[in-house]
Design a protein around this ligand. Structure first.
Ligand code: NAI
Length: 283
């Protein structure tokens, strides 16, 4: 089955990036958000990025116009009826996601594949909310989507080979590199990244080093482009805590316990870059 038209649900930082990459790669895209302002902000952001690419000679004016021509906006999930693939990128909340999938299951034709960009929630559980669990799959893009090459493709317990192969082919059409992963807490990316970030927070909590020095060690010593605490601020400390909790609960292993300092920062509303304060201050 050829994928021609895609709906992306959620016009936030991930959804807008996914919509942009799909449209740039020749797919017809419907960008959906239930919040009109978020939808407008999403499309404005895409336009701005495309303009910057034209200025930097990475894109021609014609390619920019063609990309925008393939993008339309939607504020009802009923519009998914015309799509071959839906990629959901709404907030990381199981109740919100399952409600979206139940609706999509009603509105979309039989052949439509339903994908989630979740960074930690079980695909198998989301799939079980639909009558087509074999056509539900995880497509975990990395942030910022237009720049990062990887897509972790997560196979739920019931995901079929046909669905997997269609999404693998689509990922290559997006000029991304897909990696197949089974549906276990944190998949591969966050199972490895988040405990490293959590351990970096423990070193600060235990007074071993300052945030700046922890980041310096990992940048200069391990050649990481960004220190783990800078990265944590960028991802959002609430998201980091949420994923550590998913790992802790999912594996039942104390090695995944979230650092008390991470909990305290989240309780204080210090969520990183998006709130102006985390391990660093942002103006
Ligand atoms: P965000 O908060 O920037 O955007 C979420 C958008 O979804 C908002 O615009 C909101 O209005 C919309 N939304 C919420 N409920 C909706 C509904 N029922 N129908 C339609 N729209 C709805 O969130 P972000 O960061 O883009 O994350 C989205 C998903 O991507 C989450 O599952 C997250 O875990 C995952 N993710 C995030 C990464 C990151 O670095 N931020 C990286 C990889 C995955």
């Amino acid at each position: 089955m050829a994928i021609k038209k895609v709906m992306v649900i959620g016009a936030g930082q991930m959804g807008a990036g996914i919509a942009q990459v799909c449209a740039q790669s020749g797919f017809e895209v419907l960008l959906n958000d239930r919040d009109k302002d978020a939808l407008q902000a999403g499309i404005n952001g895409i336009e701005k990025l495309l303009t910057r690419n034209v200025e930097k000679d990475r894109l021609t004016e014609e390619e920019k116009a063609a990309t925008l021509g393939r993008l339309s906006l939607s504020n009802t999930l009923k519009d998914a009826a015309s799509c071959d693939l839906v990629i959901e990128a709404v907030v990381e909340n199981m109740d919100v996601k399952t409600a979206v999938f139940r609706e999509l299951d009603m509105y979309t034709p039989k052949h439509t594949i339903l994908a989630s960009n979740t960074s930690s929630l079980p695909i198998t559980e989301i799939a079980a909310e639909t009558k087509r669990p074999d056509q539900v799959i995880g497509m975990h893009f990395m942030n910022p989507v237009p720049v990062m090459k990887l897509i972790e493709i997560i196979r739920g317990l019931q995901t079929s080979d046909e669905t997997y192969e269609a999404i693998q082919a689509m990922s290559l059409q997006l000029s991304k590199i897909p990696v197949e992963v089974k549906d276990f807490p944190g998949f591969v990316s966050n199972r490895i990244l988040m405990p490293m970030i959590n351990e970096a927070i423990y070193t600060v909590y235990e007074g071993v080093a300052t945030p700046k020095d922890v980041d310096q060690v990992m940048k200069l010593g391990m050649n990481h482009p960004m220190g783990p605490l800078t990265l944590a601020d960028f991802i959002g400390l609430d998201t980091c805590l949420y994923i550590m909790e998913v790992l802790h609960e999912g594996f039942g292993d104390s090695k995944y316990r979230p650092c008390p300092l991470l909990r305290q920062y989240v309780k204080a509303g210090w969520l990183g870059k998006k709130t102006g304060k985390g391990f660093y201050e942002y103006r």
